[in-house]
Ligand binder design. Structure first.
Ligand code: FES
Length: 140
């Protein structure tokens, strides 16, 4: 399917689901306040990849938490769940930044899905999506 619709009405902060979109895993995470704050407090100069990698933004927008989370719904993070190193699927709520950890070669992503250490070159990509209702996300 070109688009995937996800109803997230039953999710609460701290929960994640993985949905399939165009044959790829997409992580939908309802972040806790602590996770959002940790991402916001990270200086851009600490990031290995300073680009947002967000299909919904123009050009090379910076990888601030605002540019990674959903517009007006900062707790929500929607990302393609494929490690940007060699394509393994990272594990959630893991790694030294409590974001995602790739078991294949040890890449560590933070709570905004930004690469922080390990061999992956870029942040986990954010696909085109929009909230079509308060708790419904259309991906693609
Ligand atoms: Fe994820 Fe290599 S595929 S670190």
């Amino acid at each position: 399917l070109a688009t995937t619709e996800v109803n997230v009405s039953s999710m609460s902060p701290g929960q994640s689901i993985t949905v399939s979109w165009r044959g790829k895993p997409v992580f939908v995470r309802y972040r806790t306040e602590e996770e959002v704050n940790a991402a916001k407090e990270t200086p851009l100069s600490d990031l290995k990849d300073p680009v947002a990698r967000n299909e919904n933004l123009q050009g090379d927008a910076p990888a601030t938490d605002e540019n990674r989370g959903a517009p007006d719904k900062e707790a929500w993070l929607i990302m393609v769940g494929i490690c940007t190193h060699l394509g393994c699927v990272p594990i959630g709520e893991a790694g030294s930044f409590n974001g995602w950890f790739c078991p294949c070669h040890g890449s560590v992503y933070d709570t905004a899905g930004r690469i922080r250490s390990g061999p992956a070159p870029t942040n986990l990509p954010i696909p085109t999506y929009q909230f079509t209702a308060d708790t419904v996300i259309r991906i693609g």
